[in-house]
Design a protein around this ligand. Structure first.
Ligand SMILES: [Cu+2]
Length: 281
């Protein structure tokens, strides 16, 4: 029964929701999800549209080729057509099979380049965040406000009781205001990691010694999850990314608290280091 129900769900998805993520929970993957996660940024919306457009093109091409094959098999097999035609040239068909693929490629290239420029040309940023991939967690800096914090995997519901999504929740998430252009600078501290948040349509390598940049503008409040997407060592699976998108007012409140909280941690760390250094001597 379960298998039947899943097959029915799959069929429904194919008919009604392909590429649309109609059944996806926002900001995180859901069981039996076959499509993208819901779009939370203009870039991801464009990716959805582009994906759907490509799906139409490949479906039409596949059906056309299938139809041609069926015609050949039925009408031109040795029994049905014992005296084959000896035609070698047909100008009209030759022009058509040259021009048609060109038109199809242009129809793909135009939106593809538009999307590429939308992703790679950074708009003026309202806020900058620097994400540093480390073995095996992320550190985030808010250079405009001069604080930095580490973001580690939170509890694992498989082992402990906890309500947060497994392998996605973190102790300190990134917080950003809604509808603001956020520039994300990404770098690796030790090996190559990758910063990826599916709902935002961003995925960029965190390479040691090289500062990569990407951006997003979240248009809905909520929690959005991603993961390190470059195999970076034994705990690669345990360095998720969590972004909380909040209203301007909530962001201002969080920023004030964060400045104090993370400054205090840094202060403690500095004090501990001084203590450790003097103990060595
Ligand atoms: Cu990593």
């Amino acid at each position: 029964m379960l298998v039947l129900r899943r097959l029915a769900a799959m069929a429904a998805l194919m008919v009604f929701g392909f590429g649309d993520a109609a059944f996806a929970a926002p900001g995180q993957p859901s069981p039996w999800e076959m499509t993208f996660q819901d779009a939370a940024t203009p870039v991801m919306e464009f990716i959805h549209q582009f994906h759907n457009w490509l799906l139409v093109i490949i479906t039409v091409i596949s059906l056309f080729v299938l139809a041609l094959l069926l015609i050949v098999i039925v009408r031109f097999n040795a029994k049905a057509n014992p005296n084959p035609s000896r035609t070698t040239h047909n100008t009209l068909i030759e022009v058509a099979w040259t021009l048609l693929p060109v038109i199809i490629l242009v129809a793909i290239a135009v939106p593809s380049f538009k999307l590429l420029f939308l992703q790679t040309v950074l708009p003026p940023a309202d806020l900058t965040i620097k994400a540093t991939g480390k073995q095996w967690y992320w550190s985030y800096a808010y250079p405009d406000s001069k604080f930095e914090f580490d973001s580690l995997l939170a509890c694992d519901p498989a082992r402990t009781k906890c309500e947060q999504p497994r392998l996605l929740a973190v102790d300190n998430e990134i917080v950003v205001p809604v509808n603001k252009n956020v520039r994300v600078q990404v770098i690796g501290a030790d090996v190559i990691h990758a910063f990826a948040v599916p709902s935002f349509g961003i995925k960029i390598d965190a390479v040691p010694g090289r500062l990569n940049e990407t951006w997003f503008k979240a248009t809905r409040e909520g929690m959005y999850y991603g993961q390190c997407s470059e195999l970076c060592g034994k705990d690669h699976a345990y360095m998720p990314i969590a972004v909380r998108v909040v209203s301007d007012k909530d962001y201002a409140t969080w920023l004030e608290q964060a400045k104090k909280k993370y400054a205090a941690i840094d202060g403690t760390r500095a004090a501990n280091m001084v203590a450790a250094n003097s103990a060595d001597k």
